[in-house]
Write a protein that binds this ligand. Sequence first.
Ligand SMILES: Cc1cc2nc3c(=O)[nH]c(=O)nc-3n(C[C@H](O)[C@H](O)[C@H](O)COP(=O)(O)O)c2cc1C
Length: 404
Amino acid sequence: MGHTAGEDLEGKTVVYGVTGGIAAYKAPLVARGLKALGVDVHAVMTHAALHFVTPLVMRTLTGNEVHVEMFPETMGSSFEIDHISLADRADLFLVAPATADFIAKLACGMADDLLSCSILATRAPVLVCPSMNVNMLQNRVTQENLDRLKQRGFHVLEPTTGELACGWEGAGRLPEPGRIVQEVRMLMSEHDLSGIRVLITSGPTCEDIDPVRFITNRSTGKMGAALVEAACIRGARVKVVSGPVAVDYAPWAEITSVRSAREMLDAVKDCLGEVDVLIMAAAVADYTPHTYSTRKIKKGEKTAHIELTSTPDILATIRPFKESKVFVGFAAETDNLKTYAQDKMVRKGLDMIVANRVGDADSGFASDTNSGVILSPEGVMYDFENMGKDLLAHRILDLVKERL
Ligand SMILES: Cc1cc2nc3c(=O)[nH]c(=O)nc-3n(C[C@H](O)[C@H](O)[C@H](O)COP(=O)(O)O)c2cc1C
């Protein structure tokens, strides 16, 4: 099994260009995030960047010499031409922040400093993260330069909108370091699920009693979010049908937000024709109030009764449309984990079921880790104990891949 989340960029090299924008203050955090993924980071700074962040910070965080000069005074012991060796060494070039000036240089193919020269000489993919005042960004010349870069195959991570350091409000903010690292990770990962269409359900459902109250469960969507991110990073086309959650899904996925089990069923039915894999990680309510009160139910007697009826069974409803699709279910149990999960898998005609232990602090709802077992009709596929949900997500996808 190939992937180990978090370590999948081990041994890869990013040449990290920092140019002279105010957002260069975020560069050390980007470098740190890349190092945490096992990436070998070599920073190249423009002269203007030196006004915003010191080479010492970048050297300390990357563990590598920082390159600035095209014509360094000392050449070191080996005779290497810096811009060529950097260009050849890179698995990816990252420029964050990329100034308007530097984007213009790239668009014209200029090579009058070490960073622009190295990028001109590389065959590696280049990710450019523009960051500047909103008027500089919206200036036609900057927009045309960015369009030219995109047409030539450069990857551009669009700036976000908000309060800018210059005092203006608008587009031009450098995305947060975690977002930049996430984009690098997606670009550098092996796209072994490329062309595969995956639908993932995630989070809880909420069954409304009246405009104030509802019935729900403890699902946070963390497992679903980990699956979405892992599938996107590996090149799959991912759709998500999610109940109300606070987690963020990977930016490349298409999200449909729903509230109740009924809405989740409808959304799943709508997407099902266009997918190869369905992963049902959502915790769908089993029961919903028999009637919904449009007015708030007033406090009255000591005991109150809400009549419940069962929600539609999503897997049973869509089973006739399974065809050659791979269906993966989840089971959350406090006891008899294997037996209950096995029974659910057979009853629902699943290809695989991920059985999670719930009720412990380190497994199941809200936790970052899970313990349990993955079963297929042939038997136990995988046992996991206190495993990070991101790593578990990759394991599940490895097993799905074997069944495609
Ligand atoms: C305080 C200050 C902040 C700046 N911030 C930005 C910025 O966020 N984005 C940008 O494109 N230029 C910014 N500039 C202008 C660049 O530093 C200038 O265009 C410089 O020539 C860029 O050089 P480089 O592209 O070689 O790094 C800023 C300048 C100053 C003095």
